[in-house]
Ligand binder design. Sequence first.
Ligand code: NAD
Ligand code: TYD
Length: 351
Amino acid sequence: MKKNLLITGGAGFIGSHVVRLFVNKYPDYHIVNLDKLTYAGNLNNLTDIEKASNYEFVKADIVDGDAMVQLFQKYQFEKVIHLAAESHVDRSIANPIEFVITNVVGTCNLLNAARHIWKDNSEGKLFYHVSTDEVYGSLGEEGFFTESTPYDPHSPYSASKASSDHFVRAYHDTYKLPVVISNCSNNYGSFQFPEKLIPLAINNIKNNRPIPVYGKGENVRDWLWVDDHARAIDVILHKGKIGETYNIGGFNEWKNIDLIHVLCKVMDEKLGRTPGTSASLITFVTDRAGHDLRYAIDATKLNTELGWQPSLQFEEGIAKTVDWYLANEAWLNNVTSGDYKKYYDNQYAAR
Ligand code: NAD
Ligand code: TYD
């Protein structure tokens, strides 16, 4: 009998990398990818593994509590990796309630389903909740987020993720649900929806459109290659301690404006444009409300206790990412058709 592993949000950016890694690496797991296929979920992210015998896709909504219980009854999952979420800060500012419903209620529905199905025997079971460093709030010029940094979320997105983290810990403390949580920094790489900074900038540069930089571009993010996040999730799922939290980060801080200049240089080279062409598209626009100044992760615990470390240097990762978006024009055109234009116009017209 294969062990059933549930991955939620597996048709999204990070989820698709996690699904691919697990399907290829673990032929003895039966991997169920549960996804609602929102604007951010795309089965085209998984065409290379969709026919694998250890893979199954289930279209479902984590907000539907009864459906979650039925799913857990049917599959008797041994382990869960929960990534499904509304994930974009700007959308959370425009529509916070949707984030409460998906990220808080949806997570609680999964916890509840796991609790009811595992109650008699939670031996070998694990509920792995994938979270973000944004729950810790904003750093000044110095310091890092550690696993004991107090929560201080500022955006509706980070507040909803913080709330879901609290519920995961509450289910552990109250019902002894076997859980583990990781909080990761900003990811980048292939298959990221072009609402987030890096793919949005690549798409705009490619199409000679302005690159919107919020405020003065001085906010700092700690960027991690998405496959390094997927590898960390693998390590934590198999070697992490129940009830623990692990921070995941790249030790790779960039001011937004400096990152955009690197991207512009790489794009000029790849597109055979005169140096400076892409940088001329940089446009400073009205800042994001409640914009966190700096995120930086201290991933020492994950490194010393579980032996994980990032594999890729940023310059190499950015070049690979640009190559991927330029080589996958059909994917990019597909996700930027339809509602994307409406989103973009709403988001950026007033800035
Ligand atoms: P994403 O927006 O690309 O993908 C989210 C996926 O969840 C999509 O496939 C979507 O269809 C699915 N989904 C949304 N609502 C759902 C629902 N109600 N029921 C079932 N499926 C639903 O997000 P991502 O960037 O891949 O992030 C994945 C997870 O990792 C999120 O929990 C996010 O908070 C966390 N995270 C992201 C980053 C990052 O840099 N992107 C960093 C740290 C943590
Ligand atoms: P984003 O990719 O949305 O990730 P997060 O807000 O979760 O960190 O944004 C990364 C940084 O880039 C953040 O400081 C906001 C900034 N940003 C821009 O300057 N312009 C943009 O168009 C976007 C989407 C983000």
